[in-house]
Design a protein around this ligand. Structure first.
Ligand code: HEC
Length: 198
């Protein structure tokens, strides 16, 4: 039947156009992207933290893509320069995110480099940001009488510390905080060209 041929032919054309625009052209544009000088590969702990970030669904509330000022005032919000493809060289899968219930986190490590702050904020966001709607991740920590050797004890604001007990970070909380601190793309978007000899 004629109409079937038109239908199948039309579908194939649409798949071809979409494949060219969304797969082939971006592939050619991005295949030679090199890691910027200022970007370090993630350490093993940071990679585990990245897995935890995915597992806990942080990406559903936090983007990792500061935008150009024509699209959003992200620079004025203190979230950093607009990101470029090379910033995600080591990110597989990327965690660009679409929701911004909380701030963009691509440069959180530069904004907030304190491990203590990150651990405390994960344990109870409202201890640091009154009225925060971020959920507390208390299950990444243990409340104990006394810390064992080598355990990281949280220094919480007095109102939030359980009386007479200590809060220690589980390894996955430490990995996650290490990952957050590694999020720092404040180097220049384009590497300065190598000096040429005259
Ligand atoms: C329901 C939405 C929601 C989820 C899920 C969520 N957050 Fe948040 N987050 C927020 C909001 C809102 C803020 C701003 C208030 C605050 O700082 O507590 C925030 C703030 C932050 C900040 C501080 C940002 C800054 O600029 O000071 C960090 C870091 C952060 N979140 C990390 C995480 C991580 C890691 C996870 C997953 C374990 C996570 N968030 C899950 C909503 C969320």
């Amino acid at each position: 039947m004629k109409s079937e041929k038109v239908l199948i032919g039309g579908a194939l054309v649409m798949i071809g156009v979409a494949g060219t625009l969304l797969v082939a052209i971006p592939y050619v544009q991005l295949k030679d992207v090199k890691p910027p000088k200022g970007l370090k590969p993630y350490t093993t702990s940071q990679l585990r933290g990245r897995e935890e970030y995915i597992r806990q669904g942080c990406v559903y509330c936090h983007s990792q893509q500061p935008r150009d000022r024509r699209q959003a005032p992200d620079g004025e919000r203190g979230w950093g320069r607009p990101s470029v493809a090379a910033d995600y060289y080591y990110d597989k899968p990327h965690l660009l995110g679409t929701m911004r219930t909380g701030p963009d986190l691509l440069n959180i490590g530069a904004r907030q480099p304190s491990l203590d702050w990150h651990l405390g904020h994960l344990y109870q966001p409202r201890a640091y940001v009154p009225g925060s709607i971020m959920p507390p991740y208390g299950f990444l920590f243990d409340v104990k009488e006394k810390a064992d050797a080598g355990e990281r004890v949280l220094s919480l604001p007095p109102d939030f510390a359980p009386p007479g007990k200590v809060v220690v970070a589980q390894p996955r909380a430490l990995d996650l905080a290490n990952y957050l601190i590694a999020l720092d793309r404040t180097y220049p978007a384009i590497d300065a060209p190598a000096e040429t000899k005259r």
